[in-house]
Design a protein around this ligand. Structure first.
Ligand SMILES: [Zn+2]
Length: 265
């Protein structure tokens, strides 16, 4: 199966429609404080100058700041706190105008604040995690208590690389989606490798960090991530935008959104 991501043809001009109503309207002081904090943590990110970027979620335009260990520069929106993966998901949701997620029954794993504050306005929005406080469901993603065919959408950003049996988790996501329902997934992925790299013998956090790029990652996915989703029954598409849009919205060229649909019928 060809797992190559699609070329980045022009997307409709309507891409990047912000959330209806104010998202998080941070004060100019708060934005200045976050920007100054970023300068103190890592001043080199400002040394060559910074191009203002636009956050499609909150419609804020300004410099973005570093986040992560080590920090990824220009990753975080200083207004709503979104990172690259959240903005990419939002661009998919709003592609062509409107919002595909509005009014849908959504299950969001390891919910991130930037998405939660916009999606959480919907009464059918639910959250899930193994430990995070305040979620709707405290659950193990490999053994979900929800009935079959419950949700229109499942969202899981950077979750599956933490799961020992990720194939079982994928089967569970498939099961709780209704026919035609969609799992929106991002994972750390090395696109120069066809096969995922994993070894159950590598359990030490230091070794995991060296092999899989984080102390709690179980693997480093390759392009066969899509094949694992297909094994679970999904039809898989990869969403990405043009290079110019990647710059405008400050996205990672190597991070794509996997759109995994439970086929109807
Ligand atoms: Zn934002």
């Amino acid at each position: 199966m060809d797992n190559t991501p699609p070329s980045t043809g022009e997307r409709p001009a309507t891409i990047g429609q912000p959330a209806a109503g104010p998202v998080q309207t941070a004060s100019r002081w708060a934005i200045a404080r976050r920007t100054a904090g970023a300068w103190f943590r890592d001043r080199y990110q400002f040394s060559g100058g910074k191009l203002p970027r636009t956050c499609p979620i909150c419609d804020h335009t300004g410099v973005m700041i570093g986040v992560g260990h080590p920090p990824r520069w220009d990753a975080r929106c200083t207004n709503c706190g979104s990172r690259e993966r959240h903005r990419l998901l939002w661009l998919w949701a709003t592609e062509g105008g409107g919002n595909r997620l509005t009014g849908k029954h959504i299950l969001h794993f390891a919910p991130e604040k930037a998405l939660r504050q916009v999606l959480g306005r919907d009464p059918l929005y639910e959250t899930a995690d193994l430990r995070q406080k305040g979620v709707t469901h405290l659950v193990d993603i490999t053994h979900l208590p929800m009935a079959d065919a419950t949700y229109d959408f499942v969202i899981a950003n950077h979750v599956l690389e933490h799961i020992d049996d990720d194939r079982q988790a994928m089967r569970e996501l498939f099961r709780v989606l209704r026919a035609g329902g969609i799992a929106l997934l991002t994972v750390p992925l090395n696109p120069t490798r066809a096969e995922s790299y994993e070894s159950p013998g590598i359990t030490d956090p230091v070794a995991r960090n060296a092999h899989f790029n984080a102390p709690d990652h179980r693997r480093y996915y390759g392009l066969d991530f899509a094949d694992r989703l297909r094994e679970a029954g999904f039809a898989v598409e990869i969403f990405r935008v043009t290079q110019a849009q990647e710059v405008r919205f400050s996205l990672l060229p190597m991070e794509w959104l996997y759109v995994a649909t439970r086929p109807a019928g």
